[in-house]
Design a protein around this ligand. Structure first.
Ligand code: ARG
Length: 581
């Protein structure tokens, strides 16, 4: 579980527990009080609120009266609490941000704050993500899964979980057969020397379109026969198409690896559909013989009607397995190979029904770990003019997208540094910003909502974007470097904008916890945006370099702490912070 890691909340919760004892003679553990502390509706109403609903019920009074009684009974407040005010059913606390900053800011600057232990005994968890199919092109839509999964992994690891990062690319199936079919029977050109993976993806789209167009034509029967023969060779693992599969599969893997390297993501284990296939068929047979799976019109599967999940087919009439069959074997393997206690799948929402079926079948098979499996779904990525589809020819291939973005960043933002910076630094910074734009844009939207991909919008420096946060960081960093070391270590937090900034800084770990527990890295992106804005508000009102000591040093330290927090927060999303921009 997560620890009670926020020292300020902890102290306040302890005084609350004492106050509750004094006011109502109730034993109310401070841990419970800690969990109940929440945000106030506005700054004017204080900095943290304690609700009295539960206590009023236990003390047989009404919450507003209970709030008044607790206000009167809490005689000892932690040093950082200025005052307490009962407001309706809540007791609200106002903080002394100078005291808070005196403790918090040095620990952020030294890095101690970020080493704090946030949790204990977390379940060993596997997070499976980015499972593209081989023989298909990687496009901007694939980035949502990749960025979301990677951010979840980083957040979990930072929070103290032991995480196994896995992937499960689809390297067998009809899409592969279609691609090889077109290459063999219809493609007349040369095979390119470079970017074979992307080229292969285009072969697949062309194949798909051709097969669709020829439906109902004279060629249809021949096409089907050829495809069946290819699939057969792939199943039997021999023949010219099997050899072609082996070669072409490597091209796709090469492309995936290039993308993973660019995006700075790594997997601890790669599972392959082709590797679980034959064991999955054996497993299905075994359970059929045990009498758990049934036969229906020559197919074998499980009747999930009682659970309103239809029929889950596991073996076709020809004895071959299906996607669900493989997932059943895969789940078994994951638990066996890694002794995990939780098994998460980052997969788009179209597969909701599939996973419900798989998890239900696992449960009916008596697989105890079924309840530890969870599908983390997300909605699609669309273009401003609608859904992406290879048929419409409007997919945005990943590598050309990246190249375009990098070019745009160089033209729009970095052109003015051409005479000052080396070409390497310009290239490196442009890459960092492009990654920031894509990753932030992909993560910023709640997984349950659709994303509209708009390159200009994701690059802009005056709205919520990755580059905006990176720019905020780089600007603070340049200023701090220019002004040199602070001359005093005394904090002087007086102006409202300074207080707002400290309030933001102190909630970093609370935000990290929420983003992790709720599988919503978007909570962290929103926070980083708020923090950047709080800093900009501060910067507009509070001169740093021209102020008198100790205000100057205090503001310098606040700036440093903000930069450190932005950098750490970005790193949990897999985004680098450029030193200048
Ligand atoms: N390769 C599949 C696809 O592209 C996704 C695999 C998801 N993971 C799983 N264990 N089923 O649709």
């Amino acid at each position: 579980m997560f620890c009670f890691h926020d020292k300020f909340r902890q102290q306040l919760a302890q005084s609350l527990s004492l106050g509750i004892k004094a006011a109502f003679s109730l034993d109310f553990p401070w841990e419970k009080a800690y969990s109940l502390l929440g945000a106030t509706p506005s700054k004017e109403a204080g900095d943290l609120a304690f609700p009295l609903f539960i206590i009023a019920k236990e003390a047989k009074t009404n919450p507003a009266l209970a709030a008044k009684a607790l206000e009167a009974a809490m005689t000892e407040l932690p040093g950082f609490v200025l005052k307490k005010v009962a407001m309706g059913p809540y007791l609200n606390f106002f903080f002394d941000f100078n005291q808070i900053a005196s403790e918090l800011v040095p620990s952020i600057i030294s890095g101690k704050y970020f080493e704090q232990k946030l949790s204990e005994n977390m379940p060993k968890t596997m997070i499976e993500y980015s499972q593209p199919n081989t023989h298909k092109e990687l496009h901007v839509g694939h980035m949502r899964n990749l960025c979301y999964g990677d951010a979840l992994i980083r957040l979990h690891r930072y929070s103290g979980f032991e995480i196994i990062a896995s992937t499960f690319p689809g390297d067998v199936g009809t899409h592969v057969a279609k691609c090889l079919w077109f290459m063999n029977y219809h493609y007349k050109g040369e095979i390119p020397q470079e970017h074979k993976g992307a080229w292969l993806g285009r072969m697949y789209s062309t194949a798909h379109n051709k097969l669709e167009e020829e439906k109902g034509s004279d060629s249809e029967a021949t096409n089907r026969e050829q495809l069946t023969a290819i699939l057969k060779q792939l199943e039997q693992k021999s023949g010219e198409f099997y050899d072609l599969w082996k070669t072409t599969r490597e091209w796709s893997i090469e492309l995936m690896n290039e993308v993973y390297k660019w995006a700075d993501v790594k997997f601890d284990v790669w599972y392959w559909e082709s590797e679980v296939d034959s064991d999955s068929v054996k497993l299905a047979r075994e359970y059929f013989e045990k009498g758990l799976f049934i036969e229906d019109k020559g197919c074998i599967g499980v009747d999930l009607e009682p659970y309103k999940l239809g029929f889950c087919m596991l073996l076709k009439t020809d004895g071959n397995g299906l996607y669900a069959t493989k997932d059943i074997e895969l789940a078994r393997r994951k638990f066996q190979d890694y002794h995990i206690e939780k098994n998460l799948y980052v997969v788009d929402k179209r597969q909701e029904h599939h996973f419900k079926q798989v998890f239900k079948v696992l449960e009916l098979m008596g697989f105890e770990n079924a309840k530890k499996c969870q599908h983390l779904q997300y909605d699609f990525v669309e273009l401003p003019d609608g859904a992406m589809s290879s048929r419409k020819g409007n997919i945005v291939p990943l590598q050309s997208l990246i190249a375009n973005m990098v070019q745009m960043i160089k033209d729009q933002y970095l052109a003015r540094y051409v005479s000052e910076w080396s070409a390497e630094e310009i290239e490196k910074t442009a890459q960092i910003v492009a990654k920031g734009a894509i990753k932030y844009g992909m993560i910023r939207i709640d997984p349950a909502k659709k994303i509209v991909f708009d390159m200009q919008d994701w690059l802009k420096l005056d709205g919520e974007s990755g580059p905006y946060i990176q720019y905020s960081y780089a600007r603070i960093n340049s200023m701090v470097n220019k002004l040199g070391a602070p001359l005093s270590s005394e904090m002087k937090v007086e102006v409202q904008q300074e207080k707002d900034l400290v309030a933001q800084l102190m909630s970093f770990h609370h935000i990290v916890q929420q983003a992790t527990e709720q599988y919503k890295p978007s909570i962290l992106t929103a926070y980083l945006y708020d923090l950047s804005r709080a800093y900009n508000g501060f910067y507009a009102e509070c001169p740093v370099g021209s102020s008198q000591e100790p205000t100057r040093s205090s503001r310098l330290m606040l700036s440093k702490a903000t930069a450190q927090t932005l950098k750490k927060g970005l790193s949990l999303l897999g985004i680098e912070a450029p030193e200048r921009m």
